[in-house]
Design a protein around this ligand. Structure first.
Ligand code: NCD
Length: 351
C-alpha cells in the first residue's frame, strides 16, 4: 500500500489522544508536545528529579557532576515566536546538564529567507542535533514536525516550547512543580481552590496547566475573565468530563479571599484579529496590595510572565508572590525533563 504523509491540517485535525500515541518510544516519552502526556506519577517522578537537580546546583562538585550527564548531546533551540523566559530557561537547563546548544530565533537570518520551508529547516536541525526545542505561532506545528521527522527515519526528540494559543506543556510542568513545592507542608496540590485570571481564551499557559491540574482529586477551579475571554469550550467540556468543579465569573474581587492559588495572566492581544482587546475593560483583573490583603495567608500568587499591569510591583515583596520563584523552578524542571528524556536521571544517584 502506498504510504502518503498527512498534511499539517490533516495531522492536527486528529484528537490530542490520537496524536499523543505517536510521542512515545518503548514506553517512554520521546517528544514533549502536550500536557496530556503527563500523568500524576510521571509528574511526581520529574518533581523528584528536579528537587535533586536543584540540590546539586548548590555545590560546585554537584554542578560539575550534572554537566557530565549529557555532555555528549546537543540541543537546537528554534524559537520563531518572541520569548525571553522559555528560551533562556531551556538554554540554562541545557547548560546545567552539559548540553551544547545552537539557535535560530529570527527566520529572516536563516535559509527560510531564501525560501526554504520550515519542514526542511527542521530536518537540517535533526542532522546536527540530538534534540530540537521549538516555539512556533501555529498550534500543533511542532507536533507536525515530530510526525514528519519520525517518518523520515531521522527522529530526534522535539520539545514544545509553546505552540500558538494551544499548548505550553513545560510551562504547565513548572507551574505544577511550583504548586507542589508551595503546598508541600499544606496537604499538597489536591483539595484546593485555584483561580485562573485574565485572557483565558487565548492563553496557552492556563490551558496547559489546567489540563495537568484537572488530574488531581478535589480541586476546584475558578475562571475569572471578561465573558468574551472565558475558557474555550473544548477545555470546559474536558473539565466537566473529569468531574472538576468549575465556576466562571467576571467578578475577581468576589472570589479572591477564598482562593488557595491565584494564577494571573496578561491580555494576549498579539492574537487579535481586529482589535478585540481594545473594547475590553481589563482593569479589575489586577492584583494590588489592597486586594491582596483580602487573600488567605497561605495562598500563593502565580504568573507565567511577562506581566503588564496585572500584578503591581508592590506585590512582589509579599511572601505569597511566587512568580519569581516559579520562573526559577522552570530551569530545574526543564533540566529534569532533559535527563528523563535521555534516560540518564538514574545516574543522579551516583553522586
Ligand atoms: C507565556 C507564553 O508564552 O505563553 N510566557 C511564558 O512562556 N513564560 C505567557 C505569556 O506570554 O503571556
Amino acid at each position: 500500500m502506498e504510504h502518503t504523509l498527512k498534511t499539517y491540517e490533516e495531522y492536527f485535525s486528529q484528537s490530542a489522544e490520537v496524536r499523543m500515541c505517536h510521542y512515545e518510544k518503548a514506553g517512554r516519552l520521546q517528544h514533549v508536545m502536550l500536557s496530556h502526556q503527563f500523568s500524576i506519577s510521571l509528574m511526581e517522578e520529574l518533581f523528584d528529579i528536579a528537587d535533586h537537580v536543584k540540590e546539586m546546583t548548590r555545590k560546585p562538585n554537584g554542578i560539575e557532576f550534572l554537566k557530565s550527564l549529557l555532555s555528549h548531546k546537543k540541543a537546537m533551540l528554534y524559537f520563531t515566536q518572541p520569548s525571553t523566559r522559555t528560551f533562556l530557561s531551556f538554554l540554562t537547563a541545557c547548560q546545567m546538564v552539559g548540553m551544547d546548544t545552537g539557535e535560530v530565533r529570527d527566520p529572516s537570518l536563516s535559509s527560510e529567507y531564501k525560501g526554504e520551508s520550515q519542514e526542511d529547516g527542521v530536518r537540517v536541525f535533526s542532522s546536527y542535533f540530538d534534540l530540537i526545542i521549538m516555539r512556533d505561532p501555529k498550534p500543533g506545528f511542532c507536533e507536525y514536525m515530530a510526525y514528519l521527522l519520525d517518518n523520515t527515519g531521522r527522529s530526534v526528540p522535539i520539545m514544545n516550547g509553546g505552540s500558538g494559543k494551544d499548548q505550553h506543556p513545560t510551562q504547565a510542568l513548572l507551574d505544577l512543580y511550583t504548586m507542589h513545592r508551595s503546598f508541600q507542608e499544606n496537604g499538597g496540590i489536591r483539595n484546593k481552590k485555584y483561580a485562573f485570571v485574565g485572557d483565558l481564551l487565548r492563553g496557552r499557559a492556563v490551558r496547559s496547566s489546567v489540563m495537568l491540574l484537572s488530574q488531581y482529586k478535589d480541586v476546584e477551579m475558578y475562571f475569572v475573565a471578561p465573558p468574551s475571554f472565558q475558557i474555550a469550550e473544548d477545555l470546559e467540556k474536558h473539565l466537566i468530563s473529569q468531574g472538576v468543579k468549575i465556576t466562571k465569573t467576571d467578578d475577581f474581587n468576589s472570589v479572591l479571599s477564598a482562593m488557595d492559588c491565584v494564577y494571573m495572566t496578561r491580555l494576549q492581544d498579539e492574537y487579535d484579529l481586529s482589535g478585540e482587546s481594545n473594547s475590553i475593560d481589563y482593569s479589575q483583573y489586577n492584583l494590588t496590595p489592597d486586594n491582596v490583603a483580602s487573600m488567605k495567608s497561605t495562598a500563593i500568587i502565580l504568573h507565567p510572565l511577562p506581566r503588564r499591569h496585572e500584578i503591581s510591583p508592590e506585590v512582589d515583596a509579599d511572601p505569597r508572590a511566587m512568580y519569581w520563584r516559579q520562573l526559577r523552578n522552570g530551569v530545574y524542571i526543564r533540566a529534569a525533563l532533559l535527563l528523563y528524556v535521555f534516560n540518564v536521571a538514574d545516574r543522579l544517584h551516583e553522586y
